[in-house]
Write a protein that binds this ligand. Structure first.
Ligand SMILES: C[S@@+](CC[C@H](N)C(=O)[O-])C[C@H]1O[C@@H](n2cnc3c(N)ncnc32)[C@H](O)[C@@H]1O
Length: 205
């Protein structure tokens, strides 16, 4: 609940904090998505919709988020300004840890800066896996510490900021181990000497 309140306060300034250096990686992450015609794509934790200008036009999208103020901005972005008025996108309030969708209902799930934000990243990945069709992909852009990495400052920092903005102590490999049907098909270092990573997962039968 605290995250929802802090993102309500952050909503008016979120774009100025997060766009800029992250934009190139966001674009690179989404450029990995191929063959999108008629595909159903979940933009999980869409925030203010900074992904929207980079999304291919020929798919159907649902953007979810837990914070109404962030979703409102995403809706505005989709309809005017630097958005894409032609995009087939709808929006829904939803918790990434308890998605209101049927099993196997999406071809692709995008998770940009959400897995390391939610209180329980393993649960959020399990939910993404549940709603993903076999053969589908999950595209992640986020910050993770490596298994065995000391990262004392980031682990300490996380204690203070996890309730208001993001976790900084998430080990991706620990999160992934809760989803045996998901396999890493690519994992590239991005910003901050590889603290941020671009990860692609595939769901097997
Ligand atoms: C760092 S922002 C990332 C937004 C967007 N994906 C981006 O790349 O800019 C984190 C977002 O997660 C949302 N959020 C926090 N907890 C959530 C939850 N449990 N379920 C869904 N969204 C959540 C916040 O409201 C916020 O919009």
């Amino acid at each position: 609940m605290a995250l929802k309140h802090s993102y309500t306060l952050l909503a008016p300034i979120y774009d100025s904090l997060v766009s800029g250096p992250l934009d190139a990686y966001r674009a690179k992450s989404l450029s990995r998505i191929k063959e999108t015609t008629n595909k159903k794509i979940l933009i999980n934790g869409i925030g203010s919709g900074l992904d929207i200008p980079h999304l291919p036009d020929d798919a159907r999208y649902i953007g979810t988020d837990i914070t109404p103020a962030m979703l409102k901005r995403a809706k505005q972005r989709a309809s005017v300004g630097d958005g894409k008025p032609s995009l087939d996108i709808s929006f829904q309030l939803a918790d990434s840890q308890d998605l209101p969708f049927e099993d196997k209902s999406f071809d692709i799930v995008v998770m940009h800066l959400i897995l390391a934000v939610v209180p329980d990243p393993a649960l959020a990945l399990q939910e993404a896996n549940r709603v993903l069709k076999p053969g589908g992909n999950i595209y992640i852009f986020d910050k993770f510490i490596r298994p065995g990495q000391l990262a004392i400052v980031r682990r300490m920092l996380s204690i203070f900021i996890r309730h208001i903005a993001t976790r900084t102590d998430v080990v991706f490999e620990d999160v992934l181990s809760s989803c045996p049907k998901l396999e890493v098909t690519s994992d590239e270092p991005a910003l901050a000497k590889g603290w941020f990573r671009l990860i692609e997962l595939k769901k097997y039968n």
